[in-house]
Write a protein that binds this ligand. Structure first.
Ligand code: ASP
Length: 439
């Protein structure tokens, strides 16, 4: 059994957190490949080391004195080293970083040092070998990620390793320029390592006990999802739920490697398993609820629209020409409605309206703003009658008017449009009916 374990920033923010991580790794001999993030926040008003590095590098680029900021970063690491009673010194590393910052080595180089230094400490603490991600994660000349070369380099380098630490978030081009993934990108590194070593499991350790059924900022203490499929995860992530970097899914999904989201602060919790497919019945009819606010709907009305061939295409073309992505498109006999993100649409609204007039000569165009979309997602819905009924009775009881309904033919999700002011109450009502009232 081979496992890749990735630890997020809050799991590695202090010596105390490092000790928890050490215990987790030593508790299971199959946890051989470790991917650390940079130290995150120790308390809510704290600053992540990655953000400290960005700030420090900005000073360097503008020619200001950055020594104090760099000292503060060094102090964060020194506290961890001292707290773990290690004897390594990062003096040499910080001299190099100082030189490279002065030489304007790049913003990505600056940010990557967070993971690089944490990796050195982690390897020393665990007694594992340290592998600089710059040697095994490859980007092309144009800055795009090179998956094939990376897979070869990682597989070759790790094939005889009995325990390795590979820092997350960055890699390099062939000319050694450091490049990072987007924020939260250590999740991607973990996934790439899992693919390369053909791991049985990719454990992603964070500070929550898995992917939650609903947003904890809206629903008090929501339960965690036990098992979720990649498809369900995609639906929920699209609607704003986030626990993993989106690009972390593809490498492991391709190889059928499950991801287990775990909590460093509660290792006894089983967390959430993310899998390709499962015969396990979900505990509730739904797997999760997620929603996003800030949509506008544009309803185009024209008598006999249903018999006018090419009507929808012409309307959609107007959005395409204005470079606006369409989120949803429910339709009636003589109406079609298009949901778009308000911030993308706002600046172009008059061009779009006049474009639709020119394209299809409608009877009427109506705009409605401040709408929210909520997705109720679950593979269990397919086999259960009355799901839509329960959704609407829950919303009716909560005095919420449903503006739009959209059920994908896969029966994996039902999307509901509501007004902005009903958004949170709608999510609470749905959680209550499906999770708290187990009928
Ligand atoms: N340290 C980076 C960030 O804060 C990458 C990561 O944590 O995954 O985004």
């Amino acid at each position: 059994m081979k496992k890749v374990v990735k630890f997020g920033g809050s799991s590695l923010a202090s010596a105390e957190q490092f000790q928890k991580v050490g215990n987790i790794i030593h508790a299971d001999a199959s946890r051989k490949y470790v991917v650390p993030s940079a130290p995150g926040k120790r308390f809510s008003s704290d600053t992540k080391v990655t953000d400290m590095l960005y700030g420090c590098y900005e000073l360097a680029v503008s020619g200001e004195d950055f020594t104090q900021k760099l000292e503060a970063i060094k102090a964060r690491y020194q506290q961890i080293i001292d707290g773990l009673s290690l004897t390594i010194s990062l003096d040499g590393e910080f001299e190099t970083i100082y030189k490279n910052f002065s030489g304007k080595a790049g913003r990505d180089y600056a940010a990557s040092r967070g993971e690089y230094l944490n990796g050195i400490i982690m390897a020393e603490y665990l007694g594992f070998e340290f592998i600089d991600a710059a040697l095994v994660i490859r980007f092309r000349e144009d800055g795009t990620f090179d998956d094939e070369t990376t897979n070869e380099l990682l597989a070759e380098r790790l094939k005889d390793s009995c325990g390795a630490v590979i820092p997350g978030f960055y890699g390099s081009k062939e000319d050694e320029t450091i490049v990072t993934f987007s924020r939260g990108g250590s999740d991607i590194t973990g996934s790439l390592v899992a693919l390369a070593v053909k791991a049985d499991l990719y454990e992603n350790w964070t500070d929550v006990s898995g992917f939650l059924i609903a947003d904890p900022r809206i629903v008090k203490n929501p339960k965690a999802i036990e098992t979720i499929t990649y498809k369900e995860l995609r639906e929920l992530s699209y609607m704003g739920a986030s626990v993993l970097h989106e690009d972390a899914i593809f490498p492991v999904r391709k190889a059928g490697i499950p991801i287990n989201i775990r909590n460093t602060n509660a290792p006894e919790d089983e967390g959430t398993m993310i899998v390709e497919g499962t015969c396990r019945k979900p505990k509730y009819t739904i797997t999760g609820i997620a929603g996003t606010d800030g949509f506008v709907s544009i309803t185009v009305e024209k008598a006999m629209m249903n018999s006018e061939i090419g009507f929808c295409r012409k309307v959609l073309q107007v959005f395409e020409e204005n470079n606006i992505s369409i989120e949803h498109m429910p339709s009636g006999i003589d109406t079609m409605t298009i949901f778009v993100h308000k911030d993308v649409f706002e600046d172009k609204e008059q061009q779009v309206i006049s474009g639709i007039h020119k394209a299809v000569n409608p009877d009427h165009i109506e705009l409605e703003t401040d709408l929210a979309l909520i997705a109720v997602v679950g593979r269990g819905m397919k086999a259960t009658r009355g799901t839509a009924g329960r959704i609407f009775s829950a919303l009716a009881h909560a005095h919420i008017n449903v503006k739009m309904i959209d059920q994908g033919s896969s029966e994996l999700n039902i999307i509901i449009g509501v007004r902005h002011e009903d958004f949170k109450n709608a999510i609470r009502a749905l959680y209550e009916i499906f999770v708290e009232t187990l009928i």
